[in-house]
Write a protein that binds this ligand. Structure first.
Ligand code: NDP
Length: 264
């Protein structure tokens, strides 16, 4: 695949696991220079050494940063631009979902979820915007969920916050278009990742394999393609939207849900 991003600089938040890690890998494989962040230093270091083993010549920067801490994000942006001198693509991926119904979601949980879904995008976008503008044509891709269009009552706060993010992407796309920056998102169904591995550890029956547990999940959720997605699958959509191949696409989204979307 040639995404025409050789030597471009990409930033991926939450690049130490799951979809973010697969995106960093794909970007490196396509010749991009990549910076990524996460909070947990051990997870960050293990992702970095895995990537360096696979891509020994890679120009790669892995730094601890909580996207909810604006000072840490500003520092991350300064380190990235100090190292690479420019930023062409920002992937806002960091985060996780919250499983709770309206009845069992307290105010604090609502606030935390709204903060994560909004400020997890607002802080990095604000910090990298001047650099993206200088590098234009440039791009932002936000990792969102199908819940934005198809809410689930057992993930009430995540669904509502995801709908807000979809709306925000549209506004940013219009505001940033004159600066030469495109803004798009992907809407995920269920994709194998650290999040799902943690749910498997908590919920699986004694001795039940991941393969058996995840196949049951796909069946219970009636996923038409009959399985969970693999991290590389959304990564391809992210890199496509970030790349010059999507040069006439902004304010848009790609569905990566294995057919789970029921709306027309
Ligand atoms: P993972 O748990 O595998 O990866 C999440 C990544 O984000 C990790 O690198 C994690 O590192 C990082 N992260 C989480 N919170 C923060 C934070 N505050 N600051 C910086 N980094 C952070 O999960 P996924 O790959 O599944 O998740 C990626 C994105 O996709 C998330 O936004 C998630 O909500 C979304 N999504 C995923 C779906 C799925 O089925 N997998 C479905 C719908 C949406 P650390 O914890 O060390 O900070």
């Amino acid at each position: 695949m040639n995404y025409d991003i050789d030597d471009k600089v990409a930033v991926v938040t939450g690049g130490s696991s799951g979809i973010g890690l697969a995106t960093v890998e794909l970007l490196l494989g396509e010749g991009a220079r990549v910076a990524f962040c996460g909070r947990d230093r051990e997870r960050l270091a293990s992702a970095e050494s895995e990537l360096r083993a696979a891509y020994p010549a890679a120009d790669l920067l892995a730094l601890p940063c909580d996207v909810l801490d604006p000072a840490a994000v500003a520092n991350f942006a300064a380190e990235v631009t100090g190292r690479f001198g420019r930023v062409d693509m920002l992937v806002n991926n960091a985060g996780q979902g919250r499983v709770s119904t309206f009845a069992d979601t307290a105010d604090d949980a609502w606030r935390q979820e709204l903060e994560l879904k909004f400020f997890g995008v607002i802080h990095p976008t604000r910090a990298f915007l001047p650099h993206l503008e200088r590098a234009a044509p440039a791009s932002v891709v936000c990792v969102n969920s199908l819940l934005a269009l198809q809410p689930e009552p057992h993930m009430v706060a995540t669904s509502a916050a995801r709908a807000g993010l979809l709306n925000l992407v549209r506004s940013m796309a219009v505001e940033f278009a004159p600066k030469g920056i495109r803004v798009n998102s992907i809407l995920l169904g269920m994709v194998e990742s650290g999040q799902w591995r943690r749910r498997y550890r908590d919920q699986a029956a004694e001795g039940q394999s991941w393969e058996d547990w995840s196949a049951n999940l796909a069946r219970d959720k009636h996923i038409p393609l009959g399985r969970l997605g693999r991290p590389r699958e959304p990564a391809h959509a992210i890199v496509f939207l970030a790349s010059p191949l999507a040069s006439y696409t902004t304010g848009s989204h790609i569905d990566i849900s294995g057919g789970l979307a029921r709306h027309v």
